[in-house]
Ligand binder design. Structure first.
Ligand code: SF4
Ligand code: SF4
Length: 399
């Protein structure tokens, strides 16, 4: 189907369709969606390369659906993701058997037409016909105004009216005060998507708790992203691991993080960026018959957080937003991954290999290549002082 076909479809949608697709109202969002969602940013790759492993993705999709889960979260900007989910999900399963979310990054567009075109492109790439959840992608900092500049709020409200969007929301990477501002200005949004994890609950750079409480104050259902902090909460300091293992020797470290997020009131679902079948099997095992953390388990989380906070690491979630901005092609998150591993575990040999693998062996720049232009810091979702951290990395790894 072409973009113009979709535009024709928009024109022909009836009021009845709109009512049908929004049946159940906002209150049903929290109760009717299973608490584990499939985040499609870090898809399985063939031999660790760039090509998406579509066959493995099909197996993951099938397992996910067979266990009763329904929510899939992609984005216009996740390279190859919308096309991959079209092949692995949309073309293989009945449309009513799953919920599909995607996102529009207006801050990447140069004109209104470019920004609007992202919506039509996502519809065409996925072949989904309509989106159950549609998000303005990554509001925060200088990005927020671009959605106003290009009239995207009104444009998407129109698509919702026509039935091409069931629920309209936005994903957010900034402080609670700005979230409050946006929600006050746009009370019409159906939900918000927040980065939230137990380690950053009180972290002033992320403000997980404050953002959560702000969304709740505005009575907005919440989709949670990065509950495992880009995988970082599976590589905890020994003291934190000991706390969690002592409480439950069988539970995976990811399970503590995902169950913490899913236990919060008002949560629609918790997105886990599963990259292979092993991660999928682990996640569905403890989320299939989801049980919220009890009081004792909540205390265990607090103790683990205290241990984590004793180790100063770079709070990078590997979102990758900084990468296309860097004129030196520096592997910023890859460098922070090596750096954090070294800070947490002190294994210089292994971490030096990770550093080289993530940089030179991928044809990318090292920390000392930084020319301090600041382009990466302007888009960093975690507000990291990247330039200073790269200097530290250069000292640690000698280049
Ligand atoms: S400040 Fe350094 S790392 Fe950041 S974009 Fe500029 S050159 Fe790249
Ligand atoms: S440095 Fe910031 S923008 Fe870059 S990958 Fe890490 S969190 Fe994302």
């Amino acid at each position: 189907m072409t973009d113009s076909n979709y535009k024709d479809m928009e024109d022909s949608m009836t009021e009845d369709n709109t009512e049908n697709r929004t049946a159940g109202g906002i209150g049903s969002l929290v109760d009717n969606v299973p608490k584990l969602g499939f985040g499609l940013m870090r898809l399985p790759r063939i031999d660790g390369g760039n090509d998406i492993d579509t066959e493995q993705l099909k197996e993951m999709v099938d397992l996910f659906l067979s266990k009763g889960f329904t929510y899939f979260d992609t984005a216009y900007g996740y390279e190859g993701s919308e096309a991959a989910i079209a092949e692995a999900l949309v073309q293989r399963h009945p449309r009513e058997s799953y919920l599909l979310a995607t996102k529009l990054p207006a801050w990447k567009a140069k004109t209104t037409a470019d920004a609007e075109q992202m919506f039509w492109t996502s519809l065409e790439r996925t072949g989904a016909g309509y989106f159950d959840y549609y998000l303005l992608h990554n509001l925060g900092a200088d990005r927020t105004h671009t959605f106003d500049d290009f009239g995207i709020w009104d444009f998407l409200a129109k698509q919702k009216q026509s039935g091409l969007i069931r629920h309209l929301g936005f994903s957010f990477h900034d402080k609670a005060s700005l979230l409050d501002e946006v929600l006050s200005k746009h009370p019409e949004v159906d939900f918000v998507q927040l980065q939230l994890n137990y380690a950053d609950w009180e972290n002033p750079m992320v403000e997980s708790r404050k953002c959560y409480e702000t969304a709740r104050r505005h009575n907005k259902p919440i989709v949670i992203m990065e509950p495992v902090k880009g995988g970082a909460l599976t590589t905890l300091p020994d003291a934190a691991v000991a706390v969690l293992r002592k409480a439950n020797p069988k539970a995976s470290l990811a399970s503590w993080a995902i169950r913490f997020a899913a236990s919060l009131d008002g949560v629609i679902t918790v997105l886990s960026g599963m990259s292979n079948m092993d991660q999928m099997r682990d996640n569905v095992s403890f989320m299939k018959d989801f049980r919220p953390l009890d009081e004792q388990e909540q205390e265990v989380i607090v103790k683990a957080r205290i241990e984590i906070e004793k180790v100063p690491i770079v709070p990078c979630t590997s979102c990758g937003y900084c990468l296309p901005e860097c004129p030196q092609n520096i592997a910023i998150p890859g460098i922070f991954e090596a750096m954090n591993n070294l800070l947490l575990y002190g294994n210089k040999r292994s971490c030096s290999f990770t550093y080289t693998w993530n940089t030179r062996l991928q044809g990318k720049g090292v920390a000392s290549d930084c020319i301090e232009c600041g382009a990466c810091e302007a888009v960093c979702t975690q507000h990291i002082a990247i330039i200073e951290e790269l200097k530290r990395a250069s000292d640690m790894f000698g280049e």
